[in-house]
Design a protein around this ligand. Structure first.
Ligand code: COA
Length: 131
């Protein structure tokens, strides 16, 4: 493990209740809503590692294993897996606590998000100072 990476956070990056505004025509939650939350959770974790202006450069392939319903409580755990020169990679796991079964958390999806730290002009800038 890269010792420049701070230990994983002991608290989730995000916990949020899914609301009716987030549903598709079938009444389940839009995948895009979850993707947006993943992006935000990854940003929160990246900012915990080093404060920067970050832009998202890539998401790996994302597969939804289970649907998410209105009233579910989503928990997003984020962990930094790599710090490059100007990029940082965050792994995000998404769990759903069902409104009807609050004692169970179901893994919904996971993703690896890569951000690039940029300066005021949008040019890549080092995430960490040189050692
Ligand atoms: C992100 C961006 C600044 C990178 O610019 P670039 O000229 O490709 O920069 P570089 O080639 O110097 O690469 C910078 C870093 O990004 C990484 N990178 C570039 N493309 C990548 C990709 N597709 N996947 C993963 N990492 C990537 C490089 O490996 C490098 O990392 P390192 O410094 O840790 O080694 C530029 O592509 C950009 O502005 N993209 C738009 C980002 C954005 O607006 N996102 C929100 C979309 S709404």
């Amino acid at each position: 493990m890269d010792d420049r990476i701070k230990p994983p956070s002991t608290i989730p990056a995000i916990r949020v209740v899914m609301m009716p505004k987030d549903t598709n025509a079938e009444g389940t939650i839009f995948g895009g809503v979850i993707l947006s939350l993943i992006d935000q959770a990854a940003f929160i974790e990246a900012s915990r590692q080093a404060h920067h202006r970050y832009v998202t450069v890539s998401f790996n392939e994302v597969e939804f294993h289970k649907p998410v319903f209105v009233g579910d409580v989503l928990t997003l755990w984020a962990q930094t897996t790599r710090i490059g020169r100007t990029s940082i990679t965050i792994h995000v796991g998404v769990l759903a606590q069902r409104r009807t079964h609050p004692d169970v958390e179901v893994p919904v999806t996971e993703a690896d998000v890569v951000f690039v730290a940029v300066d005021e002009s949008g040019n890549p800038t080092p995430v960490l100072p040189p050692a």
